[in-house]
Ligand binder design. Structure first.
Ligand code: KG4
Ligand code: ZN
Length: 333
């Protein structure tokens, strides 16, 4: 007998649904929300309303693309947190109603665990234990992954996340939200000629708020002398910002490898789509004799395939939750 699971992701500004059959992803559909571009960041109220509009068509599309019917589904996995409560509520409520109507079990999923388990959506799968640098719009963490559902947080950011550093810098440069992919694109055409300071924090801790402030003061000073400084130097500024963020991330990951002696290293989360981080990790792996694991591009940013993989492992262990479950804004791995 095969196992088919529907997975729902609605923690931030993407509505996503996926179908997994016996651990193999059959579909992964995502509706992005354009409305936030107008405001330069995610507006929670607008995100929640857009999820309400998108959720039924996205689930329908995932079921159709997988070539199954609703009646074939054996369980529903959903993101319970961490994330925006209004956004999570839509996915959680939908999952509860769907599970109740078909009388099938539900699996709650931690979004940050799921980013890491995206590595199990296809081969090569990292062996346990491995280290994962999880970098997204809300989190920056180094996690020791002992098993599919057993993870230890070794260090994290004390202020902004790496994705936030990309997005907030992009806003200073007049770029659309989310600025991460744009900075990545412009950085390819420039050189890291501007030097920004490195934060002084604990060994496996990160800090990005000081970087944002130093970039702000740098731009203010340059713009006083040349009002066209940003337009004339966009590619080099982006290359410099990206170089600093990526070097901070990899330096801490290197330290975690030295401390734990774990030789399998992975990246996950939206910022792991960054081309400099991806190539930087590969180089670091070669230098340190480590095997590196990088998720396929579409499994880096928010998606329901990663929720499906996590839900599948929970289904196998019969880790179900009841209708009393509620979303949570904060939830550690
Ligand atoms: O994991 P994710 O999709 O959502 C959260 O859980 O937060 O991560 C979104 C973050 C945003 O900050 C976005 O700017 C960043 O990932 N991001 C990138 C790239 N693609 C997405 N940052 C740098 N380079 C990229 N190519
Ligand atoms: Zn995410």
């Amino acid at each position: 007998m095969s196992t088919i699971i529907l997975a729902i992701e609605s923690s931030c500004d993407d509505t996503s649904a996926a179908i997994i059959k016996d651990g193999v992803i059959l579909s992964n559909c995502i509706a992005n929300q354009e409305v936030h571009k107008l405001y330069g960041g995610v507006v929670p109220e607008a995100a929640s309303r857009a999820h309400q509009i998108n959720i039924v068509p996205v689930v329908d599309a995932a079921i159709q693309k997988a070539g199954i019917t609703k009646q074939d589904i054996d369980g529903v996995a959903f993101t319970r947190g961490p994330g925006l409560i209004g956004s999570l509520l839509v996915g959680v409520s939908f999952a509860k109603a769907f599970a109740m109507s078909l009388n099938i079990p539900m699996m709650e999923v931690n979004h940050m665990q799921a980013h890491i388990l995206a590595h199990f959506a296809e081969d090569p799968k990292p062996p346990f234990p491995f280290l994962c640098l999880t970098v997204s719009g809300g989190h920056t963490q180094i996690v020791k992954v002992n098993d599919h559902l057993e993870m230890e947080l070794l260090g994290q950011t004390i202020d902004d996340a790496a994705g936030e550093a990309f997005d907030k810098t992009g806003k200073l440069l007049g770029l659309d939200y989310p600025a991460g992919p744009l900075i990545d694109k412009y950085a390819k055409l420039g050189n890291p000629v501007f030097k920004f300071p490195e934060p002084q924090v604990g060994e496996l801790e990160f800090s990005f708020s000081g970087l944002k402030t130093s970039i702000l003061y740098f731009l203010k000073k340059q713009l006083k002398e040349n009002p066209d400084f940003i337009q004339e130097n966009m590619n080099d500024i982006c290359a410099s910002v990206q170089d600093r963020i990526v070097s901070i991330l990899l330096k801490k990951l290197k330290l975690a490898v030295q401390k734990t002696q774990i030789k399998h290293i992975a990246i996950a989360g939206g910022v792991s789509a960054n081309s400099a981080l991806r190539s930087g990790l590969e180089n670091m792996g070669k230098e340190m004799g480590c095997a590196t694991y990088i998720p396929r591009f579409e499994y880096c940013t928010d998606n329901a395939a990663m929720i499906a993989v996590t839900g599948y492992f929970k289904f196998l262990k019969k880790e179900f939750v009841g209708q009393e479950v509620i979303p949570v804004a904060r939830w550690s791995v």
